[in-house]
Design a protein around this ligand. Sequence first.
Ligand code: ADP
Ligand code: MG
Length: 777
Amino acid sequence: MNTIRSYKKILKKINKLGPEMRAMSNKELSSLTEVFKERLRKGESLDKIMAEAYAAIREAASRVLNMYPRDVQILGAIALNQGKIAEMKTGEGKTLVAAMPLYLNALTGRSTILVTMNNYLACRDGKQMGELFGFMGLTTRVGVPESAADNFTLEDKKKAYAADILYTTNGNLGFDYLSENLGATKNDRFMRPFYYVIIDEADSVLLDSAQMPLVISGTPRVLSNLYDTADFFVSTLKEEDYELDLKAKKVYLTDSGIDKAQLFYAKENLYAKENFELVRHIILALRARMLFEPQREYVVEDGQVKLLEGNSGRIIENTKLRQGQHQALEAREHVKITQESRAMASITYQDLFNLFPKLAGMSGTAADNTAEFIDTYGLDVVKIPTYKPVRRIDYENICYYNREDQIEAALSETVRVHALGRPVLVITDAIDVCEQCSERLLRDGIPHNVLNAYNVAKEAEIIKEAGQKGAVTIATSVAGRGTDIRLGEGVDDLGGLAVIGIGMAGNLRSEKQARGRAGRQGDNGTSVFYVSLEDQLVQDYGNEKLQKLAKIGHGRVKTRVLARQVKRAQKNSELSGRDGRISTTNFAESNKAQRTLIYSMRNDIIDMEKMDVEYLLGIQEHVIDRFLAQKKEMPTGAEVVRFILDHICYDIESRPTEQDLCDKENIKKYLMDVSKARLEAQQKALKNKGRISYYFKMMTLKALDECWIEQVDYTQQLRLSVSGRAYAQRNVMYEFHKESHNSFMRMIENVKVKMMRNILLGEIQESKDGTIKVINP
Ligand code: ADP
Ligand code: MG
């Protein structure tokens, strides 16, 4: 607890400054912002002015929001400025805590962002804290549209990112970052260089959301006819033909499976490069049949495959699995195969947040994952003491053999606690359990709320009321995170909120998050989980013996050994989640290096004052050299003409003479002359320097982007394709990076060819009014 002790020293200083701040007029107080900025400009460090800045914003909060940040909140604020994750329980007031370091860091004039997990929370907190920052003379913006119907234009984005302090979501920030790097001109840019970001609900954003990379989809891919045959092929396989690892969510062909595939598709070597697409489709089909459970992961409705949300079982509308997995499921279900779109740009949250020089986070549940936070994000976790001692009683899990007895027991407990007048929050692990509970309570005549409308704002409203006397609320574990439950009149005396969980939570964090719904800020409260051997989690991650026992036993599990094994399933699920994230990060490694390079190249091009003609001639020479080097024999006249038509111009003024064609040296000279002449003609057609440079830039960017998007899409697919080769498991990552690197090298060559083609073959037409039109090759 050394850290906390050092924080307390700073806190003392801040507390001492309190009276001085209180004595100031509003005007004096807010004018401190300018004073601090000036001191920073003169070279003082943030650490140096932190105590005064915190004292000032603290006083302002008390005047504007009628909330005076408590001592423990100041401790949290210090941790956040140091770039740590502050673990502070639900209801401790993290929104206000974040306001202090946001204020402090925004004084630098650099980009200062708060990221949270959904639009509702970004809007709610941005609005509330915006009042405070406004009072102190700083601007605040919310970076997401308030309702889905609102459109967010480029101008809106520019305003948002220009604000001193921005509230947004992780998804939005990621997409903004990727789309900014699809822009073609300086005017398309809207972000400032990243500086400081605080991530609210950090575990949810940095761990739960970080299982898969963020992808911007582009144009549809040409519809593949391989899905149906792959599905048919997979349906013929026997158990020995594939290896299934449910825990790691992996499936791949064994040697006998590979033999069958080679026979079925009449291929000599399935893993030869030219069969890449085929392997990808077989893996997709295997995964579709082995790893996806109908009714649990997806349903078929109106002839469409619709995904279900993991925690709640709700249908997620308008969302498809990526990279062909959705199409493979459609093939399995024999519904119409929809279009698959290509990946245009992609980044993992790990890479996104590591772009920030200064990163901090806060969450009620983070300390259990400290090692991972340090490894992945360099973020240490500091546990901040609660404002009041926690009085909640967390009971041990109560374990049953089967689902029926488990739910029955949980519901009688609900009825019993309800009869005392205490509010009850029932948290289930599946949507159908929600419904089951609801029916049962209805029969008993107990009024209750069920959270199954997928509407975050509405859920937050209901959750907020869940602490009223006699309230019964049934929800899934994810519902209403970020909204704290205040107790109604007299409820504390009755024993506070009772959290009753049904089903083992996927990890210790979610379990603690659920339990932590009760007992906010020293309130009374209890929490307990009813689990069973039939819980999905136990079925998936527990040992097989448990699954068998589930069918035999009745009532409550009495032996400790069994109960412990159930707990073990949770641990396994947790490890599998972590492995998934590590693998996502590892796969992203080469993408990251390549993206960094490409983005900086793009920026150089966009920022370039004018395009160097010598440089372009260099590219042309390179492409011509390669053309000649790839030919073992002397190219024929026809081949040289073909090269010109493909790369330089469509009408050839002087065809190559025999003299030109007599050796490679001469061919090169001839081709260079032709392309030089063409380059000059293009410049002439464009007339003025401004246009010439704009044209060169656009054509170069176009070449770069086309090739890069192809590369992004290819590596996304490659990931799947190599993971099907798990029989040589150790080499999967190596193979992936090797091929990713090779294809990147091919891509760089391709960019040069495309640049040459775009610039030389682009047809420039001038219309009567003097405007220029370009027809792309
Ligand atoms: P958390 O994010 O930690 O769960 P919130 O930021 O949502 O908590 O705050 C919970 C409640 O506590 C809010 O209603 C907030 O207005 C209130 N609150 C926070 N800090 C203070 C304070 N210093 N004084 C009074 N109320 C506070
Ligand atoms: Mg919060």
